[in-house]
Design a protein around this ligand. Structure first.
Ligand code: C5P
Length: 206
């Protein structure tokens, strides 16, 4: 079984994906981390984020063992990821890795922006998770503070809106609901409620 979960930044899709994978005994891939790893490597090497040729090279030689680097989680790396992820050659370079991950037994849960539309259009279950931008900004603020990082909620909201705008309006693989994806509004659900709603969708579909 392949489960595709897409949605905007901080919608709660990552936690849902992780919990669904544990529940069904599937592997889990947070695909945002791949774009974050490309952005992080480019920032570290001082490469212009819009240099498509060099970004594609970085994407092609990416080492998945770096995906658990905590530095990838920072807000700045997330914003940089949304810039490099708009480059068609970067996306192209990363398709095969994601499809191989998805199709290896026993199946997988992938979360991102284009899983149901581009990476796994034949996934058995597709869920599109949304939440009010102000609620997403508030959750991200609390998360940052719990890690001991200073966080300005208004700035985080502005950044989330800018990121939504870039992700939804890019020419290649924009963030959008696949026609056969179930819409899950996570604005007023806590973690358990969101996971329960996602499991209900999987049970109804499979
Ligand atoms: O989900 P996360 O915030 O980690 O993703 C970082 C950025 O990577 C997103 O803003 C988006 O631009 C990009 N991304 C993407 N396609 C995916 C996953 C993430 O373009 N499948």
């Amino acid at each position: 079984m392949i489960i595709a979960i897409d949605g905007p930044a901080a919608s709660g899709k990552g936690t849902m994906a992780k919990r669904l994978a544990a529940h069904y005994g599937l592997r889990h891939l947070d695909t945002g981390v791949i774009y974050r790893a490309v952005a992080h490597a480019m920032l570290a090497a001082g490469i212009d984020l819009k240099d498509e040729a060099r970004a594609a090279e970085v994407a092609m030689t990416l080492d998945p063992s770096t995906f658990d680097n905590p530095a990838l989680r920072s807000h700045d790396v997330g914003s940089a990821a949304s810039v490099v992820s708009a480059l068609p050659r970067v996306r192209e370079a990363l398709v095969a890795f994601q499809r191989q991950f998805a199709s290896a037994p026993p199946g997988a849960v992938l979360d991102g922006r284009d899983i149901g539309t581009v990476i796994c259009p034949d996934a058995e279950v597709k869920i599109y998770v949304v939440a009010d931008p102000r609620i997403r900004a508030h959750r991200r603020t609390l998360e940052a503070r719990s890690r001991g990082e200073p966080a300005d909620e208004a700035a985080i909201l502005a950044d989330i809106l800018a990121r939504d705008e870039r992700d939804q309006n890019r020419a290649v693989a924009p963030l959008k609901q696949a026609p056969d994806a179930y819409l899950l509004d996570n604005s007023h659900l806590d973690i358990e409620g969101g996971v329960r709603a996602a499991i209900d969708i999987v049970e109804a579909v499979r």
